[in-house]
Every structure is written in C-alpha cells, then in structure tokens.
Design a protein around this ligand. Structure first.
Ligand SMILES: [Fe+2]
Length: 282
C-alpha cells in the first residue's frame, strides 16, 4: 500500500490496495492514521460491492443507516444510493444531496465522523465534490478572531426551511424539511478540537449553522457570514473530479464539503454512500 499526499494543503491518494480484501492490521493502522492526518483519502480503480464498502467503513466508526429505506441497498441497508436515476417514474436514490457547504450530520448530538463515497456511474459533465480544510481555515484566522470565537457555540439546524442561506432543491423537499422543523437544534463549539490529533478546526457551515448560542442575530449573522466566507477561500479548497470506481472518504471533524451539481437530470450519476458516527464535539 502506498499513500501519496496531494500537491495542495490536504488530501492523499492511496494506491496498491484492493478494498475487496480484508485489511492487514498494519495497513489498517496506517490508513486510520493517514485519515486523520490527510483528512481526505482517495482510492482509484476499486471494483467493490456494497458489502465490501460496508466492511471497510466499519473500521472508521459505527456505520449509520441514513435516509428512507427505498434509497438504501436492499441487502446492505447501511449503503445509501445517491442518484438521479428513476425507475417507473420513481427516484431510486437521494437526489441533489449536499448542495451547500456542510459537515455531515452536524445537527446531531454526535455528528458524522467518516463519510465514504464510491462512484459507480458518473455524468458526462459536472458532479464534482468540493472539500474545504477546516484546520487551515482556523489556523489562518487573525488572533483577534480566534480570541473572539474561542468559547462561542454555533446553533446547528437540520431543516432547510429555518435557514435563510439555503434553498430547497430536492424534488419533494419542502414536505421533507417541514417534518424536520420539529427536530431540536444542537449547539457545538465553533472551534472544535480533533479528538485524535488535538488540532483545532472551525466547526460550522452555511447549510446547518443558523445562529450563535446566547448572541443576538444582529451580531451573530455578520460574524457567521465572515467565517463562512473565510472557510471557503480558494486556498482552503480541494475540488475532486470523479472517475468511475473512485472511493473517496473524508473526516467530517476537520473537513467541510459540498456537491457541486452541474449535470442534467437525465445524465446519470450514481454514488454509494456510507457514513460513520463520531463523538460529541468539544
Ligand atoms: Fe454531505
């Protein structure tokens, strides 16, 4: 197995490994360390079935079942289909997921740890995924800003309908998000300490963070706007252009991401997703 850092700030490519095979103890330890250090790991040319993706994902935390049953692989329900494919007029997967910058499941008490995507079918154009390095985004704040936000906590809200920065784009989305309006918000520190490395990173996003605990919006919203703009400065961002059979995984404790879209409804994109559960942010 070879691990090669990408030329930019973060991310690494892993080669000479077949994810169909069980990992050796040495490879697993190396991958787990590389995952924390590089934040994104990219494996090209993997020919794997959902059961292989699930077995691999379990090495990076408890795997969660997400989304409605009809969007999961029947005999492997931890694997969710992200797709614009339709069969008999019905969408077989989740359409237009993750179209605003976010960290997965941040409105939960214990948000997402690893997200693992496997590219099965790709559109003729678009469909890229962008990632932003939240360690560097924190490191490059002014000392005054670091001081200002050091004890603040962001309010994370799951429903798009209570967030003025986003729009509902998914078919049937408004009814879906209406049901989520009653789910309580969660507060997490704006500055999150990585539980493994101890590094500090920014932990907030325009998709989920709608305010700051115990702060009036007159003060909180401009502060959030400033931090959101800083997070995605071009020098903090890596754009992944997918190849068929890529498996890409990232650490939601130190990375924000978004789906770039840019493909037509009939231009099929199918990704298999697994997600693992992390701990309470501190
Ligand atoms: Fe996501």
């Amino acid at each position: 197995m070879k691990i090669q850092k990408l030329p930019g700030l973060f991310g690494a490519e892993v080669s000479d490994i077949d994810l169909k095979d069980p990992l050796t103890a040495d490879d697993l330890a190396e991958l787990q360390a590389a995952f924390v250090e590089h934040q994104i790991l990219i494996f090209h040319n993997q020919q794997i079935e959902p059961k292989h993706q699930l077995a691999f994902s379990k090495h990076f935390g408890p795997v969660q079942k997400l989304y409605a049953e009809e969007h999961r692989i029947p005999d492997c329900p931890e694997v969710v289909v992200l797709s614009n494919e339709q069969v008999d007029g019905k969408h077989i997967g989740v359409v237009a997921a993750g179209d605003y910058w976010h960290s997965d499941l941040s409105p939960s008490k214990t948000p997402g740890l690893a997200t693992i995507l496997y590219g099965r079918i790709l559109p003729s154009q678009g469909g890229d995924t962008e990632f932003a390095d939240m360690f560097t985004a924190y490191d490059t704040l002014s000392d005054a800003m670091k001081e200002r936000i050091t004890t603040l906590r962001g309010i994370h809200c799951i429903s798009k309908l209570r967030n003025h920065r986003v729009e509902v784009t998914r078919p049937g989305g408004t009814a879906y998000y209406k049901k989520q309006n009653s789910i309580p918000d969660e507060c997490h520190p704006l500055v999150r300490t990585h539980p493994v490395s101890g590094r500090k990173g920014l932990y907030l996003s325009p998709r989920f963070t709608i305010g700051i605990e115990n702060m009036d919006d007159a003060e909180a919203q401009p502060l959030l706007d400033e931090l959101f703009a800083h997070q995605i400065k071009p020098e903090h961002v890596y754009l992944h252009k997918w190849q068929v059979d890529d498996l890409v995984m990232w650490d939601n404790r130190s990375v924000n991401h978004r789906a770039c879209g840019g493909y037509e409804m009939g231009d099929i994109r199918r990704i298999h997703r697994t997600s693992t559960l992390g701990d309470v942010p501190f």
